[in-house]
Structures are given as structure tokens and as C-alpha cells.
Design a protein around this ligand. Structure first.
Ligand code: ADP
Length: 640
């Protein structure tokens, strides 16, 4: 301020000012007003000529600064100062001091007076500059307080350093992130939080800052007080004085632990997806090879035993492919949240029995002992029999897959007050502790693809978990480690009511035998191969069959043949399977007809549409011939 320019040239002095002037001398007030009028615009001077006026001004008026005369008739300058500071602690206050006796003013400065000016004509010229300096200091103080609040409330660590790397300021976030309280690190070297192997590199960064460069975000690692490594993104800038000299370095460090975690998770998911696609290609191609060979063995002249083996091979491979595709479609449905399940009253014992029966041949081939222990009372649950069978089948299939020849698999069902619990235990290869966390994740297979021999896509457990959740239950994996076997525990809410009796389905062998001649089955499918092969299967089972490849022909044939069962494809040329079904239901003899949709459309919506059109059942291709035979046998029984 000492080198202040003459008033007329000080552009920044032209700030607005409302000044409270506590002086009972009109002449002096006039001098003050004149002395400052060129420096402030607009200028409003609020005079306080007596105690009353002062009190009113201090309680009711707004003002930016106050000037107190050293001599007042009604009180002392110090008293006035105290009163102002008590009500407006932030308000800059100047005082006139009598020439030759400035002790009072010096005393007053201890009580918060901002500055004083000696009351001589010569000193009046200093008044506007003194006022301006006070106001500027206040503005700077306010800005500083605001900045400090911002720094303190920041989530980023904001650190001030001297050019040599000593810490000069350390905000709350820095204390939180690195664990050092402010007083433990102020004055210490910043190296404390830099890992030893990075110190040299950090030194060169500081050297760049010393040259005035800014260093934009770079990712690095810092060490907290408890020696934890914290990934951070750091930004450094020089702190300059007015002359542009570097007086310090500011460092902003952002904790990127969470971002790193998400990046890593995405990377893993991406890696898993790639591995999955490779496995998928492999798993789909695998069954195609034997199918291709086997079809050559079905030509005439091939010895009957070979042809029969070939047929079995094709069956097995097709089943595997269909299973893979079903799982894939289910996963996609779960992901899109469109998978719905039934909520029937069921006895889980029946489903366990069914699932065990389906894996028993596998276990027998591997000479594994498969034991089942179920309570005498029903294991009542509310759920979807197909989905529950799928879950149990998955777990059991895994148990045989991941248990070596000669191993043991036990299935134990039990009910507690609220839960039905099924444990599937094996003494197979087991699961490493770190893998236990992830076996239920999509596309996770513990071994790397290519090195495994068991096959599969790594979706079975993920799908099972989702299906169990849809049933309001949960599924857990336990293992004491590699080589110690595994246990999968399925928990489902126990249903209160006793299960309704469900129609028990005859075992497949019996069904085939049931194929009563005299039962007429009409097959409608525009795929000639599909219709023909199906008609062969049914003919072999003893049924009379007829084939139509479009809706119109189907209706004509039905009218003459009066079949008991119609197997109807939905997507037919010119007339849809739904329309054909409606027509058939409308004729008098069509009421008792068994109408079965045989279609590639397997969504819940499609099922509903079929039922609305009058179908009795909706089967999704590729249909297991045995299952189809069961359906037809059921129809045959009801006609008989
Ligand atoms: P997939 O069997 O098709 O690989 P899953 O989702 O069914 O996929 O299983 C995921 C992984 O969990 C398997 O690759 C296997 O490593 C492990 N796993 C599942 N069941 C068992 C088990 N009973 N014993 C050992 N490991 C198992």
C-alpha cells in the first residue's frame, strides 16, 4: 500500500461504500467525507452524532466500515469500538487518534481495531487508502475462509508442500485417506506416503513442478500410515507468489480404489466372456462330430448293431446340445428378468427321485456309488417342478462330473420348521477356497478352458442359483479344498400345505409298451423330415399315424380320420397352428381330442397362447420322443 498510486488513477478504489461515521463534529465529518469521496462511488456516509443515532445505526443499518473519532461527547472511542465489534465482528473499523497521543488507538487495536489515522489535516489524505486496505483485507480473509472450507470439505486429499517436499497443509480428506493426522505430518517430508520404489520418479515430477509445469492427473500408488497401498490419481501444480516465483506445490490426490476394482471386475468379466465363447464353440462343435459320423452308419447295409449304436450316439449328442441351448436361453431370460416360474405345491422328494434317476446311468458308468436319503414325510415346497428338477439335475450332474471313478455321491433331503434342505455331497475333486466365492458366477469354470475334460459352459451353477432365488431360496457351496470333495446345499422355503396329488407320469419303458394300436395320431408339420421321422417313431410304438404339411390339409385329414391325438406345429404356411387348433376344437368330435403343440417357440407367452387356442399341452422342440410318447399314451388312456 505504501507505493499506492494517486487517488484518481486507482481504478480499483472506486468501490461502493456505506460508511458509518461516529463523530459529533460537523466540520470534521465534512472533512472526512471530502477526503474519501474521490475514492468510493457510490458513497453513503451514515453520521452518528450522538448515542441514540449510533445505537440506531448499529442495530438497523447496513454499512461496510466504520470510522470512530477519538473524542466523543457521550462516550469513549473504545466503548464504541467494543459495541461495533460485539454486533459486527467482521466490520472493518478505523479510529482517529489525537496527534501526539496514539496510545489509545494502539490499545484499541488489541481489541480488534483495524487501523488508525492521526487527526491532522495532512493525515486526512491517508484516510481513503487506510480504509481501502482494511476492506481489501476483509475481502481476502473472506475468500480465504471460503477456500479453506472448500478444501476441508473436499473428498480429495489436498496437500500443500514447500518446494523441497515438506508438507505445509493437509486437509481432512488427506488425513482420512492416508491415516496421518494433520499434526503428525505437517513439516514432515511427503516421501512418507510415497513407496520407496517410486521416490525417484516422484523426485523428477517435483523437479518439473519447480520449473513451473503443471502435472495433470497420473495414476500411482501411495502408502497409508498402516502400510496399505492406495491407488490414487494425482495432480500437481506450482503455487506462485505475485511475482511468479514458486513458493510451494499443491497436490490433489484422489482415491481410485473403487474405480480400479470396477475396472478389474470388467476386465475379468470380459476375459470370462471370451473364454466362454471359446468354450461354447468347442462344446457345440463337439457333439456335431459323432452325429456326422453316426448318420453315415444309418445307411442301408450297415450291420444292425452298428446302426443301433449310431442311433444311441445321435440321441445322446442331441440331448447334450439341446441341454446347452436350453441353459443358454434360460440364462438370457434370467438376465433380462423375463424368466417366470410356476408355484405349484410339490413334494420335493419326487423331484429328487427323478433327478437321481436321470444321473444314475452316468454314475453307474463311472462306477460311483449314488445314495439317497429322504425323510418319510413329504418335503413340501411351492415351486416349478421343471425348474427344480433342472437345479437338482445340474447339481447331481456336476457331482458325477467332478468326482472320479469309484467315488461316492450322497443326496440327503430334510425339512426343518421353515426350510426344506437338500445336500448333495461328493468326495470328488473339491473346490479351492478362493474358487468357492466365484463358482456361482456366470461363465466361471474353475479350470482354464482347454485343460478341462469335463465339458460344460460354466453356466449351470449360475443358472441354478438364479432359479433357486426365484423360488425364494438359496444355494451354497462348501468344500474343504481341492481333493476334499464338495457339498452343495439347496435351501427352499417350506410350504405349509400338504402337496396336492399330481398326476404321476408313467416310466418311459411302460409308455412305449402302452402304444395301443387303434389310436390314431395326426402329425402336422411343414418340415417334411420332422413330420416323417416323428410318424416313424409313433408307428414303431404301435400308433396309426397320418401326416399333413399345412393347416388346410390337416383339417381335411382330421375330418376323415377323426384322430384321438393331433401333434401340431405352430408356424405353418397359410394357416397357423393356433387357427387349426381353434377349428378342431369347434367341431363336435374335437372336444375330447388331445391337442399337443409341438413347436420351436418355448417362451411362457407362447405357452399361454397355445392354451388359449385350445391346446392341452405345449412341447418345445427338440422333443424327447419318450416324453412325447408319454403324452400320447396319456391321451390314449383317456380315449380308451
Ligand atoms: P460347468 O460344470 O459347466 O463348468 P457350472 O456352473 O455347473 O459349470 O460349475 C462351475 C464350476 O464349478 C465348474 O467348472 C467346476 O469347476 C465347479 N464345480 C461345480 N460343481 C462341482 C463339484 N461338485 N465338485 C467340484 N467342482 C465343482
Amino acid at each position: 500500500m505504501s507505493q499506492a498510486l494517486p487517488g484518481s488513477e486507482r481504478k480499483q478504489a472506486l468501490r461502493p461504500l456505506r460508511l458509518l461515521l461516529i463523530d459529533d463534529n460537523p466540520h470534521d465529518r465534512e472533512l472526512v467525507t471530502r477526503a474519501i469521496s474521490h475514492h468510493f462511488a457510490p458513497l453513503t456516509v451514515l453520521p452518528a452524532r450522538d448515542a441514540e443515532e449510533f445505537e440506531r445505526a448499529i442495530t438497523e443499518e447496513e454499512f461496510d466500515a466504520a470510522i470512530i473519532d477519538y473524542e466523543l461527547r457521550w462516550t469513549t472511542g473504545i466503548e464504541v469500538l467494543r459495541r461495533i465489534k460485539s454486533l459486527r465482528p467482521q466490520c472493518p473499523v478505523l479510529m482517529f487518534a489525537a496527534s501526539g497521543s496514539t496510545e489509545v488507538a494502539v490499545e484499541a487495536m488489541k481489541e480488534g481495531l483495524d487501523d488508525y489515522v492521526t487527526k491532522t489535516p495532512g493525515h486526512y489524505a491517508r484516510l481513503p487508502y487506510a480504509l481501502d486496505a482494511c476492506l481489501e483485507r476483509r475481502t481476502a480473509e473472506r475468500a480465504w475462509a471460503q477456500l479453506a472450507a472448500v478444501v476441508e470439505s473436499s473428498d480429495d486429499a489436498i496437500i500443500g508442500m514447500a518446494p523441497d517436499g515438506r508438507v505445509t497443509s493437509w486437509n481432512h480428506a488427506a488425513a482420512r485417506l492416508f491415516g496421518y493426522p494433520e499434526d503428525a505430518i505437517l513439516g514432515q517430508s511427503i516421501e512418507q506416503i510415497i513407496p520407496p520404489e517410486l521416490r525417484e520418479a516422484e523426485g523428477s515430477v517435483l523437479a518439473r513442478i519447480a520449473l513451473g509445469e503443471h502435472v495433470n492427473h497420473y495414476e500411482t500408488v501411495r502408502v497409508a500410515q498402516d502400510r496399505r497401498a492406495i491407488p490414487v490419481s494425482v495432480r500437481l501444480s506450482p503455487i506462485l507468489d505475485r511475482a511468479g516465483a514458486i513458493i510451494g506445490i499443491s497436490k490433489v490426490a484422489r482415491d481410485i480404489t473403487e474405480r480400479k476394482r470396477v475396472e478389474e471386475a470388467l476386465r475379468l468379466a470380459d476375459q470370462r466372456k471370451d473364454a466362454f465363447l471359446a468354450t461354447l464353440a468347442h462344446e457345440l462343435r463337439n457333439p456335431l462330430t459323432p452325429i456326422r459320423y453316426a448318420t453315415r452308419l444309418l445307411e442301408p447295409g450297415v450291420p444292425p448293431q452298428m446302426a443301433s449304436d449310431a442311433k444311441k450316439m445321435i440321441d445322446r449328442q442331441l440331448a447334450q446340445m439341446a441341454h446347452l441351448l436350453d441353459d443358454l436361453l434360460d440364462v438370457s431370460r434370467v438376465t433380462r428378468g423375463v424368466l417366470e416360474i410356476d408355484h405349484e405345491q410339490l413334494d420335493l422328494r419326487e423331484i429328487i427321485d427323478g433327478a437321481v434317476a436321470s444321473v444314475r446311468p452316468l454314475a453307474e458308468t463311472a462306477r460311483q456309488e449314488l445314495t439317497v436319503s429322504l425323510p418319510a414325510d413329504a418335503l413340501s415346497v411351492s415351486g416349478d417342478s421343471v425348474r427344480l428338477a433342472q437345479i437338482l439335475g445340474n447339481l447331481l450332474h456336476n457331482a458325477t462330473k467332478y468326482t472320479p471313478t469309484g467315488g461316492h455321491i450322497a443326496v440327503i433331503g430334510a425339512a426343518t420348521g421353515e426350510e426344506v434342505i437338500v445336500r448333495i455331497k461328493d468326495d470328488g475333486i473339491g473346490i479351492a477356497p478362493e474358487a468357492l466365492q466365484t463358482v456361482f458366477d456366470l461363465f466361471v469354470q474353475v479350470e482354464a478352458p482347454g485343460t478341462r475334460s469335463a465339458g460344460g459352459l460354466g453356466i449351470g451353477l449360475s443358472l441354478s442359483r438364479d432359479l433357486v432365488r426365484l423360488h425364494g431360496g438359496l444355494i451354497e457351496a462348501h468344500s474343504a479344498g481341492l481333493g476334499f470333495g464338495s457339498e452343495f446345499v439347496l435351501r427352499l422355503p417350506r410350504a405349509a400345505e400338504t402337496p396336492a396329488l399330481t398326476e404321476s407320469v408313467a416310466a418311459p419303458q411302460k409308455v412305449t409298451a402302452l402304444g395301443a394300436s387303434g389310436v390314431r395320431v395326426l402329425i402336422v408339420d411343414d418340415n417334411v423330415d420332422a413330420a416323417t421321422s416323428l410318424s416313424y417313431v409313433l408307428a414303431l410304438a404301435g400308433y396309426q399315424t397320418a401326416v399333413a404339411h399345412d393347416g388346410r390339409r390337416a383339417l381335411d385329414l382330421a375330418e376323415t380320420l377323426r384322430p384321438s391325438v393331433v401333434l401340431l406345429d405352430i408356424g405353418l404356411p397359410s394357416m397357423s397352428g393356433h387357427e387349426v387348433a381353434r377349428h378342431l376344437r369347434a367341431v363336435p368330435w374335437g372336444k375330447d381330442l388331445r391337442l399337443i403343440a409341438v413347436t420351436g417357440w418355448g417362451h411362457e407367452r407362447d405357452r399361454m397362447k397355445s392354451l388359449e387356442a385350445g391346446f392341452d399341452a405345449h412341447l418345445t422342440k427338440p422333443i424327447d420322443p419318450e416324453l412325447l410318447l408319454q403324452h400320447i399314451a396319456r391321451a390314449a388312456r383317456s380315449v380308451a
